[in-house]
Design a protein around this ligand. Sequence first.
Ligand SMILES: *[C@@H]1O[C@H](CO)[C@@H](O)[C@H](O)[C@H]1NC(C)=O
Ligand SMILES: *[C@@H]1O[C@H](CO)[C@@H](O)[C@H](O)[C@H]1NC(C)=O
Ligand SMILES: *[C@@H]1O[C@H](CO)[C@@H](O)[C@H](O)[C@H]1NC(C)=O
Ligand SMILES: *[C@@H]1O[C@H](CO)[C@@H](O)[C@H](O)[C@H]1NC(C)=O
Ligand SMILES: *[C@@H]1O[C@H](CO)[C@@H](O)[C@H](O)[C@H]1NC(C)=O
Ligand SMILES: *[C@@H]1O[C@H](CO)[C@@H](O)[C@H](O)[C@H]1NC(C)=O
Length: 485
Amino acid sequence: MGLDREPTLQVVHHLELLLIFLGLILNGSNVNAQRPNIVFFLTDDQDVALGGQTPMTKTKSLLGDKGIIFNNGFVTSPLCCPSRSSILSGRYVHNHKGFNNSLEGGCSDSHWQQTQEPTAFPTILKAQGYTTFYAGKYLNQYGFPNSGGVEHIPPGWDWWTGLVGNSVYYGYSLSVNGTLEKHGNNYEKDYLTDLIYRHATEFLRFQTKDHPFFMMLSTPACHAPFTPAPQYQNNYANLSAPRTASYNIKAEDKHWLIRQAIVPMPNDTVKSSDDIFRNRWRTLLSVDDMVESVLMQLQVKGLLDNTYLFFSSDNGFHLGQFGLPSDKRQLYDFDIRVPLMVRGPGITPGQVSEQIILNIDFSPTFIELSGGQIPEDIDGISMVPVLTKNTSTPLQNTFLVEHYGEYEMAIPGCPQYKDQYMANCNGHCVCEDSRNNTYGCVIQVTDVSSFKYCKMEDSEVIFVLVFRCNLNKIIYLQNSLELLK
Ligand SMILES: *[C@@H]1O[C@H](CO)[C@@H](O)[C@H](O)[C@H]1NC(C)=O
Ligand SMILES: *[C@@H]1O[C@H](CO)[C@@H](O)[C@H](O)[C@H]1NC(C)=O
Ligand SMILES: *[C@@H]1O[C@H](CO)[C@@H](O)[C@H](O)[C@H]1NC(C)=O
Ligand SMILES: *[C@@H]1O[C@H](CO)[C@@H](O)[C@H](O)[C@H]1NC(C)=O
Ligand SMILES: *[C@@H]1O[C@H](CO)[C@@H](O)[C@H](O)[C@H]1NC(C)=O
Ligand SMILES: *[C@@H]1O[C@H](CO)[C@@H](O)[C@H](O)[C@H]1NC(C)=O
């Protein structure tokens, strides 16, 4: 595209003059000032079904209530690395090929680095003149020697703070602009959520109204090992994991894997999942502080009015639903539904939207906001019409959820299942995941009827058809998905 030739100084000078002139005609200032800044907060494993948003009161009032709260944010794959790869690329898992959390499964592997990263949204935003900033968990296999080490900075990022490996709160390694930085166990220096915030603050010090920027803040909260900041470690002491309709319910009519659960769960599993519940909320309090502080800083610098703020998560979570102790990876509502809130210029505050928005929609949305060209071969749809034009016609009513069951992992707690390819032993060692947990689901929601059709690898089929005659569709769908009768 002519980028192989350095333009002469003369040409650059003329271009600048032309841009300044155009800017003056359009609005009396620099054209760059017109393009919005974008801040994207991405949490890890934060659910909707178990009230995952409840502790984040400041985020709700500063972001959701001042913008749009989406009731139907979904991920197209309920697992970290596949979902994050979809967020970055705008593609379904079968297209970006990051099938699971391992290198062999395409997580941050050479295929990803050669075919997906170079066309992911950060590169387009950068080409549009944005200054880009990343801090926190990236993809589960990022930063290890086999995936290019900490030297690998994914293309498109100017300020890069990438966590090596999966979410933790202390005792981790970072790639800071390609250089290894090790962290220990000191709250003030090392607590990862707070460190992400400190890096964001440093970046924001340099930002002005003259130049658009994109920031992605990707927290370890509320993923395992669920380590709260010291000031929050005793909050919610009298709460327990919500006893939802499917909590500790034996599911005879669900797919093979779900039918293996031990129900009722042993008491120590109930106790440990209640502990996990409280600690998840505690870790989110630090995220809530971060969101508030970033927003305040934008305000003090006079940047808030021209900044879109997005908040979401990479997948949901379950704690005791159908007797499954604690995890994601399942096709049910609790694992695929995620929080989603957006605030920004042109968005009418105080809206609650029933629009279906997917994780693959972030990439085209950011690209459109930056003024860039959305690549034709991505799967997502830009949500910009819903954000700024009050569009109420559904952006989309049909989507795919896919998951590739993991197997043959060495699971110390699961010797009895060795020959059956079991994986992922949680709580009381119902070994929770398997090759059989490979599925594709088509979900369609319309005003007349909704259905969810899931085909399992082992040829079991789950099909739910819900007819309805009112528009309270999603609540209805949610119930039917959870009980799936
Ligand atoms: C990382 O790189 C950016 C862009 O070059 C630079 O401005 C920033 O100071 C660097 N951060 C650190 C911690 O070196
Ligand atoms: C939890 O304890 C606090 C303080 O003792 C009390 O105000 C609150 O009502 C309790 N909540 C529940 C759900 O029991
Ligand atoms: C488990 O907890 C229930 C309810 O608290 C109690 O009734 C039951 O005896 C406990 N079972 C065991 C084996 O401790
Ligand atoms: C969207 O709706 C709000 C309130 O109904 C209205 O104030 C605003 O002008 C509308 N925006 C557009 C772009 O139509
Ligand atoms: C991940 O996917 C790859 C490719 O399908 C497969 O070879 C590998 O065994 C999978 N990993 C796990 C843990 O299932
Ligand atoms: C997988 O599904 C098949 C058919 O439902 C079943 O016979 C088998 O035991 C399941 N489990 C494993 C680990 O293959």
